[in-house]
Every structure is written in C-alpha cells, then in structure tokens.
Design a protein around this ligand. Structure first.
Ligand code: NAD
Length: 260
C-alpha cells in the first residue's frame, strides 16, 4: 500500500517507534530510523527490516533535542529515500517527580524532545509533502495528552502541547492532501514503561509481574498492555486513503483508560 513512499520515524530504535517502522516497512514504505542505542544492534535492526520487506532503510542518530540535528535529519531522509511523505514524531523520554522537586533541566529536555522537536520536524518536513500534494504526519502523543497523572508534569505538558500542534497543523494543511493526527496510547510495555514498573516493584516490595498488574489495574481497564504492533497497524491505517479525511484528532489506543 505504501510502496514508493518514504517515512521518517523519530525514536524508532526501540519500543513503539520500532513497531511503527516495522509496520510501515511491511507496507513497502522506505524508512529512516532514528534514535539511540548500541550501534551493532541498530545495524541489525536496519538490515533485517530492509531484507524482510525489500525496502530501503536508513538510520540517523540525530538528537531530537537539537534543532540543527532535526534539520539535517529531514534533509538526509529526503536525500537518501527520495522524499519525505510520512513523518512520525515519536521520540520521547519520561521522568517522574512531584512538581515541587521536578529538575528544571529535565523539564527543558522533555519539552525539547517531545514538543519543540516535533515542531522543528514538521516545519522542515511539510514543504516536501506540499511539493507532492500528499503527506501524513502522525504524532505519538499519549493518554497523557488527554488526561493527567501525578508526578508527570513535564510529560503531561509536552503531550498536551502536541495535541495543540496536531490540531493547528491539521487546519493549516487541510485540503492539501496532508493529514496530521495524534495516536494516544495507554501503557505499552517498552523500556520507558519497564523503568516505571521496576520502580514500583521496589516501592511496594512486589515482584516485577505483580507490579505490572498493579500498575495496569490503576489506569487501564483491559488489564492488558497495548502492543507496538497494534500501534504500528493504527499508524498504517492513518496513512491509508481510507483515513484521508481524518485530521486534527487524537486517537486513543488505551484499553479503556480515557473512557473512565
Ligand atoms: P522507548 O524508550 O522504547 O523508545 C524511545 C525512543 O526514543 C528510542 O528509540 C530512543 O532512542 C529515542 N530517543 C530518546 N531520546 C531521544 C532524542 N533526544 N533524540 C532522538 N531519539 C531519542 O519508549 P516508548 O515507550 O517506545 O516511547 C515512544 C513514544 O511513545 C514516546 O514519545 C512516549 O512518550 C510515547 N508513549 C509511550 C507509552 C508507553 O506506555 N510506553 C504510552 C504512551 C506514549
């Protein structure tokens, strides 16, 4: 369905971003991977993706907190993959602390990567889409773009912020063959969430699996984690012609979290 198209997925060396990159490659889309990690592991991911799906796959270690890196990442995507049709703003980090203790430098970093980084990527990517009269922007927001939780002031602020950016870009691109939407996942068991499960296990003196169940039971009525594969499939749907009139909206995929 997406053969001939090129996608940049930020933060795609693990977790949700990798799930989205896999799903897009599975539809024949060329992919630019981005994120941090062990170079040999990333090279294996890149090669496997390219071989399994017979698509060009490149990689950049651009730091999404650095505006110059983002400009270079978008230019590299267009050069190496012959365009930039799909942008997935997904790179993210988490830090938990009460607002009174929240370190100011970590606040700045979270906003820089998850909100300002998405702004820069959209600003540089849109002209490539407008040139072709087709484009898809998918922002990995979160349930925390719709509701809050304690100890996550920077994360909740960045994720609410990206909802505003999503709606504004959707209005500015309406009628141009371009859509801009947000995916709002509940808990997905990635490295980012595993760190919170491990913390909780220590705090409540339970096993890691008990802590995982305890965490789900507080927020996610299905009591099951969302998977990167499910989010990848949702992203593919948003890139399809069937979704051409869906723009400017949050799409929760959260086992009922935000229905409460
Ligand atoms: P993850 O830690 O597995 O993946 C994060 C990715 O971002 C990695 O590839 C990492 O290298 C990359 N990254 C981090 N800082 C970066 C930077 N400065 N520049 C470039 N890349 C950077 O975590 P994940 O859970 O897959 O998170 C992906 C996105 O999904 C994040 O935006 C997160 O907020 C969001 N999200 C996660 C959950 C969840 O439950 N895991 C729920 C809702 C939303």
């Amino acid at each position: 369905m997406l053969r001939g198209k090129a996608a940049l997925v930020t933060g795609s060396t693990s977790g949700i971003g990798l799930g989205i990159a896999r799903a897009l490659a599975g539809q024949g889309c060329a992919v630019m991977l981005n994120g941090f990690g062990e170079p040999a592991e990333i090279e294996t991911i890149r090669e496997t993706l390219a071989q399994e799906h017979d698509v060009p796959v490149s990689y950049s270690d651009a730091d999404l907190s650095q505006p110059d890196d983002i400009a270079a990442l978008v230019a590299m995507t267009a050069d190496q993959l012959g365009g930039l049709d799909i942008l997935v703003n997904n790179a993210g980090i988490q830090h938990t602390a009460p607002v009174t203790d929240f370190p100011a430098d970590i606040w700045d970093k979270i906003i820089a990567i998850m909100l300002t980084g998405a702004f820069h990527a959209i600003q540089h990517a849109l002209p490539h889409m407008q040139e072709k009269g087709w484009g898809r922007i998918v922002n990995t927001s979160s349930v925390h773009g719709l509701v809050a939780s304690v100890q996550k002031s920077a994360y909740v602020s960045a994720k609410h912020g990206i909802m505003g950016l999503t709606k504004t870009v959707a209005l500015e691109t309406a009628g141009q063959g371009i859509t801009c939407n947000a995916i709002n996942p509940g808990f997905v068991r990635t490295e980012l969430v595993q760190a919170q499960i491990d913390d909780r296990a220590q705090k409540i003196g339970a096993s890691v699996e008990e802590a995982a169940r305890n965490m789900l039971s507080e927020k996610q009525p299905s009591l099951e984690f969302v998977t990167p594969e499910q989010i990848g499939a949702l992203c593919v749907f948003l890139c399809s012609d069937a979704a051409a009139q869906i723009t400017g909206v949050p799409i929760p995929i959260d086992g009922g979290w935000t229905a409460q």
